[in-house]
Write a protein that binds this ligand. Structure first.
Ligand SMILES: Cc1cc2nc3c(=O)[nH]c(=O)nc-3n(C[C@H](O)[C@H](O)[C@H](O)COP(=O)(O)OP(=O)(O)OC[C@H]3O[C@@H](n4cnc5c(N)ncnc54)[C@H](O)[C@@H]3O)c2cc1C
Length: 412
């Protein structure tokens, strides 16, 4: 293709889209479209919930990350016209035209049509979601008197998390540590109750045995109620109904958080592109959509058949794909050959409470405070841009990453 216009439009400013845009800076006229004004480093959302990190650390505004070489457009993409090579954004009258297009809009919470789940459970994907969960924990604690009997306290401070994958496990351990700390500070009797529900017969399915054993031990020590082989049937505003071995039970809860699945962004459902049965766009190993050589798709909405299942739906995959996509877009615009790459599993790191984590190093699981520090160091290196990494790294080093207690509302 003759390289006349070199216009690249990137839809979605997450691990796939933002990193592709940063990589392409200067090599093309790049327009980055996102429906949010900030990037979100989701692997540290648990630490934002607990106050170990601040919003600016993990959710910097795009204007902090990109310079005027990238044209940033805030708005949701509503439609793509592949024939005329244009993109329609909700906030703009005129469409944007492109020579190469990158689709990187990520996923959204999948409630699997469970009754009441979408209406009553909280998702956990955004800064605002973490704020809501934290507020609900504080309000529930504020409503409990230190004179209340332990069994009544436990009932009033019951929180449920649906999904026993990495996200559910990281969330429950963080919530449990925060609540347990608040009990001590407020002089409450007994202990909080945090429940985790998982349909399969094991936690963190897909992770190795050693990691699972460490996770199970941590949850046991944190007194988290683990419900395996349990199907959640309904989520109510203040309750959850579930079934285990044919027996149905209902428990009252302060709130239920849904961490049990991701589905593709609704925009992708509207696009006439080749997809697999889960709605993921089928792409070649060059990151090009199978039927359209000038359209690239990556991250949580794309399926490269050759990628190991363990990497599917991860930031580490989206990140690696963004580097390949940027290289191949440059090649495509310059009429050169595109390349392929095999994506590597870069290891596993789990947050397991406010003072603990587990990291897989050379096939062995290292846990405890050291692993927590290693996880922070690892994630500092994966934040976008050198400038942001340095600012955040310095803040964590000099100001620390101590959790922020669940203080009563109005307390300063
Ligand atoms: C709580 C949590 C913790 C996680 N922890 C880890 C972890 O520890 N390790 C790991 O590897 N992975 C982790 N993941 C998964 C990881 O975050 C995703 O795999 C990764 O973000 C996918 O990148 P992406 O670019 O496809 O999508 P995203 O990063 O989700 O980015 C999509 C972007 O598109 C924007 N967008 C959406 N729709 C539109 C539209 N119509 N128009 C314009 N913009 C739009 C969104 O606002 C967003 O900016 C975690 C996920 C969650 C939810």
């Amino acid at each position: 293709m003759a390289n006349t216009k070199r216009k690249v439009v990137i839809i979605g400013g997450g691990f796939g889209g933002l990193f592709t845009a940063l990589d392409l800076t200067g090599d093309a006229t790049v327009t980055l479209v996102s429906d949010s004004d900030h990037f979100t480093f989701r692997p540290l959302l648990y630490e934002y919930l607990s106050g170990e990190v601040e919003a600016w650390h993990i959710a910097p505004d795009y204007k902090e990350l990109i310079d005027d070489k990238i044209n940033f457009v805030r708005g949701a993409v509503e439609a793509v016209d592949f024939e005329n090579q244009t993109v329609k954004v909700s906030t703009r009258e005129n469409s944007f035209d492109y020579d190469a297009l990158v689709l990187a809009v990520g996923g959204t919470t999948n409630y699997w049509n469970v009754a009441g789940a979408e209406e009553n459970a909280l998702p956990f994907r955004e800064i605002a979601d973490a704020d809501k969960i934290r507020n609900q924990m504080v309000r529930a604690l504020d409503a409990v008197s230190p004179t209340l009997a332990p069994q009544d306290v436990r009932e009033k401070l019951t929180f449920a998390v649906v999904g026993g994958g990495a996200s559910g496990v990281e969330l429950t351990t963080k919530m449990s540590d925060l609540l347990t700390d608040a009990f001590k500070r407020r002089g409450l009797k007994g202990e909080p109750r945090v429940l985790i529900f998982e349909m399969s017969d094991q936690l963190v399915p897909g992770m190795g045995e050693e990691m699972r054993a460490y996770v199970e031990k941590t949850l046991l020590e944190a007194h988290i109620d683990v419900h395996l082989q349990t199907k959640v049937l309904e989520v109510k505003p203040h309750g959850i109904v579930f079934e285990h071995k044919g027996k149905q039970t209902e428990i009252e809860t302060v709130t239920t958080v849904w961490a049990a699945g991701v589905k593709v962004n609704p925009l992708i459902e509207k696009l006439d592109l080749p997809k697999d049965k889960s709605g993921l766009i089928l792409v070649n190993q060059t990151m090009q959509v199978k039927t359209r050589e000038n359209v690239f798709a990556l991250g949580d909405i794309a399926k490269v058949e050759e990628v190991a299942p363990i990497l599917t739906g991860t930031a580490q995959l989206a990140n690696q794909e963004s580097a390949l996509a940027a290289d191949n877009i440059r090649a495509f615009l310059n009429g050169k050959d595109l390349k392929t790459k095999s994506f590597e599993e870069l290891g596993e790191a789990l947050s397991l409470g406010t003072h603990n984590a587990a990291v897989l190093v050379g096939g062995n699981v290292v846990g405890g405070a050291l692993a927590r520090d290693a996880r922070f160091a690892l994630y500092t290196s994966r934040l976008p841009t050198w400038h942001h990494r340095l600012k955040v790294g310095a803040s964590w080093f000099f100001e620390g990453t101590t959790p922020r207690p669940l203080q009563p509302l109005g307390y300063s």
